[in-house]
Design a protein around this ligand. Structure first.
Ligand code: PHE
Length: 460
C-alpha cells in the first residue's frame, strides 16, 4: 500500500532506536511497581507462572499483530482500522484504545509522581541511615496522603510528558530511550544481586519460584493476563502507533520479540530484587501499591554509597516511567493530529490538562480524601487509583487485545499481517503458530478468563 506524502511521518532512525523506544514504552512502572505488588497479592510463584504463559502465548502474537497493523497503515490506531476496514465498526477498537490510553495515563502519572517525590527524598538523604520497614512505610504513607504533594508531583510528571511529546517522536523519545534504558538495566542488576545476598533473602527467591498450581484462581489468571498486557503496552494501540513510525525495510519479528523479552526480563529482575529485600526485612508481600516504595529504601543503606544508589534508582525509574507516559500520550495525540487535524502542540497541552483533571481523584485517593480512598462510608469498592488500574489496566486492555486478535485473524487476515511482519524476508521462527494463536488461542483464552471472572464474580 502506498502512503500519501502528507501522511509520511517521522521515522525512527534505526532498528535499535526503535527497539529501545518501544522497550521504553513497555518498560516502566508496570515492571517495577505493578508487577511485584500484583505478584505479591496473588500468591507469588503461581502468578508468575501464569504471567509468563500469558506473555508467550498472548503477548508475542498480539505484539506482532499490533506492530504489523501500525506499520502496514502508517496511521494512529483509529486511522489504521479505517484504512484496513473502511466503512466498518472496527475503528471503534482504535477509539477504545485512545480512551484507554487516556485512562491509564491519568492514574499512571500519579504513581510516576511518587517516584519524583522519592527522588527528592533520596537526594535529601532521607534514606541514608538504617531505615526500618516501619519507618519506610510511614514515610510513604505520609507523602501519598498529602494532597499538595500528590497533586504537585502528578502535575510535574504530566508536564514533563507534555514537554517531550510536543517535540515529536524521534527527537524526544528515541534520544532519551537510547541511552537510559541500558543504564537502568545495569542498575537493576546490581540492586538485585545486593538484595539476593541479604541475610534471609532466600525466602523471597522461593516466593517467586514456588509454582503452587492450587493457588491459580480466576482472579489470579485475570491479574496475570492484565499484567502481561499492561507491561507490554498491548491492547490499546500503543504498539500500532509505534509500528506506524517504523521504516518499511525492517522486519518486525526480531524487534517485537526483543521488546517482549527485555520487558519480561526486567519484570522478573524487579521481582528478584523486591521479594528478597522484603523477606529479609520481614515485610508483607500483600502490601499492595506501596510495596516497591516501602521496600527499596531498606536496601539502599546496606550498600556502599547507598544514597547515590537511591538517587540513581528513582531517577532511572522516573525516566522509565516517562518513556511509558510519553507513549500513552502519543497515542491520544497521534489520533487528534492525524484524524482531527489538531496542531500537535495544542493537542499535547489539552490532553495533558484534561488528564490532570481525571488524575485528581486518583492522586487524592491514597489517604488525602476519605471518599476517593474508598474509606469508611465511601461507596467506592476500593481506592480510586486501584479501581482505575483494574478497569483500564486489566479489563480494557483485555477486551482490546481480543478485538485486535479477531481483527488480524478474521478480518485483515493472517497472511497480510505475516507479509508485513516479514517485509525484509527475515524468516520468522515458528511462524506457523502465529495464525492459530491469533485466530483461536489468544482470543479464546482471554475471553475464557473474562467469562470465568463474570461467572464467579471475582471482579477485583
Ligand atoms: N507498559 C507500560 C509499563 O509497564 C505501561 C503502558 C501500558 C504504556 C499501556 C503504554 C500502554 O509501565
Amino acid at each position: 500500500m502506498s502512503i500519501p506524502e502528507n501522511l509520511q511521518r517521522g521515522n525512527f532512525g534505526s532498528r535499535l532506536g526503535f527497539i529501545l523506544a518501544a522497550a521504553g514504552s513497555a518498560i516502566g512502572l508496570g515492571n517495577i511497581w505493578r508487577f511485584p505488588y500484583t505478584a505479591g497479592q496473588n500468591g507469588g510463584g503461581a502468578f508468575v507462572l501464569v504471567y509468563l504463559a500469558c506473555v508467550i502465548l498472548i503477548g508475542i502474537p498480539v505484539m506482532l499483530g499490533e506492530l504489523s497493523i501500525g506499520r502496514a497503515t502508517q496511521r494512529n490506531p483509529v486511522g489504521a482500522f479505517r484504512v484496513l476496514a473502511p466503512g466498518s465498526a472496527w475503528p471503534l477498537v482504535g477509539a477504545l484504545g485512545v480512551i484507554t490510553g487516556f485512562g491509564i495515563l491519568a492514574f499512571y502519572s500519579v504513581v510516576a509522581g511518587w517516584t519524583v517525590g522519592y527522588l527528592y527524598k533520596a537526594f535529601m538523604g532521607q534514606f541514608g541511615g538504617d531505615v526500618t520497614a516501619e519507618q519506610s512505610a510511614a514515610i510513604f504513607t505520609e507523602m501519598i496522603a498529602s494532597p499538595s504533594a500528590a497533586l504537585l508531583l502528578t502535575a510535574i510528571f504530566l508536564l514533563l510528558t507534555v514537554l517531550v511529546v510536543r517535540r515529536g517522536v524521534s527527537g524526544g523519545i528515541e534520544a532519551a530511550a537510547r541511552v537510559l534504558m541500558p543504564v537502568f538495566f545495569v542498575l537493576l542488576l546490581v540492586l538485585t544481586l545486593r538484595a539476593i545476598s541479604l541475610p534471609g533473602a532466600m525466602e523471597g527467591v522461593r516466593f517467586m519460584i514456588d509454582f503452587d498450581f492450587s493457588k491459580i484462581t480466576g482472579a489470579v489468571a485475570m491479574s496475570a493476563l492484565g499484567q502481561a498486557l499492561f507491561s507490554l503496552s498491548l491492547g490499546m494501540g500503543a504498539m500500532i502507533t509505534f509500528g506506524s513510525y517504523l521504516p518499511r525495510r525492517e522486519g518486525l519479528a526480531f524487534s517485537g520479540v526483543s521488546v517482549v523479552f527485555s520487558d519480561t526480563l526486567i519484570a522478573l529482575l524487579a521481582g528478584f530484587m523486591i521479594f528478597p529485600a522484603l523477606f529479609a526485612t520481614g515485610g508483607d508481600p500483600t502490601a499492595g501499591p506501596g510495596l516497591v516504595f516501602v521496600t527499596m529504601p531498606t536496601i539502599f543503606h546496606s550498600l556502599p554509597a547507598g544514597q547515590l544508589f537511591g538517587v540513581a534508582f528513582y531517577a532511572l525509574l522516573g525516566i522509565a516511567a516517562l518513556t511509558s507516559t510519553i507513549s500513552l500520550l502519543e497515542v491520544v495525540v497521534a489520533y487528534l493530529v492525524d484524524q482531527r487535524n489538531w496542531n500537535r502542540n495544542m493537542a499535547c497541552w489539552v490532553v495533558g490538562g484534561l488528564c490532570f483533571v481525571l488524575a485528581v481523584p486518583s492522586a487524592l485517593g491514597n489517604g488525602a480524601s476519605n471518599f476517593w480512598s474508598g474509606g469508611e462510608g465511601s461507596w467506592l469498592a476500593m481506592d480510586f487509583l486501584s479501581l482505575q488500574n483494574i478497569i483500564w489496566g486489566n479489563y480494557s486492555l483485555s477486551i482490546g487485545a481480543i478485538l485486535i486478535c479477531l481483527f488480524v485473524g478474521w478480518r485483515w487476515r493472517v497472511r497480510a499481517s505475516l507479509e508485513e511482519i516479514q517485509t525484509n524476508g527475515e524468516p520468522v521462527p515458528m511462524f506457523g503458530l502465529y495464525g492459530p494463536l491469533i485466530r483461536f488461542i489468544c482470543p479464546l483464552a482471554v475471553a475464557a478468563v473474562l467469562v470465568f471472572i463474570i461467572v464467579t464474580r471475582q471482579y477485583f
